[in-house]
Design a protein around this ligand. Structure first.
Ligand SMILES: *Cc1c(COP(=O)(O)O)cnc(C)c1O
Length: 261
């Protein structure tokens, strides 16, 4: 649907596929033109390197909408006066501008050591993603049955509003990140966090180790409770990123932390 709307309006559809990874979702097959990833997350998988990547399908016709894309459709004086869209066609215009001009000017080039570590991560990505998803599903099901949990948001749960879409686009699983509300609001959520033994308190997500964040007391602590609710990150909300540890160990940690509130 979004691809149709974008194309009708002469703009490319860009999908951030960081959480699903190419193992679970292949946006080009659904009409996306460009895919981006924070490779810092599942792709690296071990919190070892910071990075990102852009994948260009080479299908978007920039010249057909040249008035919207002067950076691609008019000469680049800083690069021998070439016009990317005519010189490289739709197959290469965007990604060549990214590498020839933007990487040169902004310096966003991965060091060889970081590229090496990212590649180590990529080699085990399919195996890890499977375990992240199995843990995410088991944790979501466990939490949705727990008396101290107010709500759970995970697209693998049958009563989730995105369940049908997740089944269509990501039939093998979505990711290991589950969000939920602790009964008792902010104070109970803070207590829950303090009780955890296995899960690591971190802003980071999508890592081999289970990471957990209570936005209201960390990344979003400058907001009032009303502002938190308005931006969909209520004071009771916990973001739980399941690692690749044994499922029963993660659940045992959640269980003792919830029960000790
Ligand atoms: C973390 C994240 C980013 C930003 O990536 P960095 O590598 O941290 O700069 C972008 N998109 C998603 C979905 C992320 O989780």
């Amino acid at each position: 649907r979004w691809a149709k709307i974008a194309h009708k309006n002469g703009v490319p559809l860009i999908v951030d596929n960081t959480f699903a990874t190419p193992i679970n979702c292949r946006p080009f097959e659904w009409g996306a033109d460009i895919v981006t990833h924070s490779t810092t997350k599942y792709m690296d998988g071990h919190d070892a390197t910071v990075g990102g990547c852009i994948v260009d399908s080479g299908k978007f016709d920039w010249m057909a909408h040249s008035e919207k894309f002067p950076g691609l459709c008019t000469p680049d004086e800083s690069y021998h006066g070439i016009t990317y869209a005519t010189k490289f066609g739709k197959e290469g215009a965007f990604i060549t501008k990214c590498t020839a001009q933007l990487m040169r000017d902004f310096g966003s080039i991965q060091s060889p050591m970081n590229a090496y570590m990212l590649n180590l991560g990529l080699e085990s990505l399919p195996v890890r993603v499977k375990q992240h998803c199995a843990n995410g599903q088991a944790v979501a099901e466990f939490l949705s049955q727990h008396k101290n949990v107010a709500w759970v948001n995970y697209p693998g749960l049958k009563d989730n509003k995105y369940y049908a879409l997740a089944q269509k686009y990501m039939p093998n699983g979505t990711c290991g990140v589950v969000s939920f509300g602790v009964k008792g609001g902010r104070a109970a959520a803070e207590k829950f966090m303090k009780n955890l033994k296995l899960a690591m308190i971190a802003t980071h997500v999508a890592d081999a180790r289970t990471c957990v964040l209570h936005p209201a007391s960390a990344t979003h602590r400058q907001l009032t409770d009303e502002e938190l609710v308005a931006c969909g990150v209520g004071p009771d909300m916990v973001r739980f990123s399941c690692g690749i540890e044994a499922t029963e160990d993660i659940i045992a940690d959640l269980k003792q932390a919830l029960e000790a509130i």
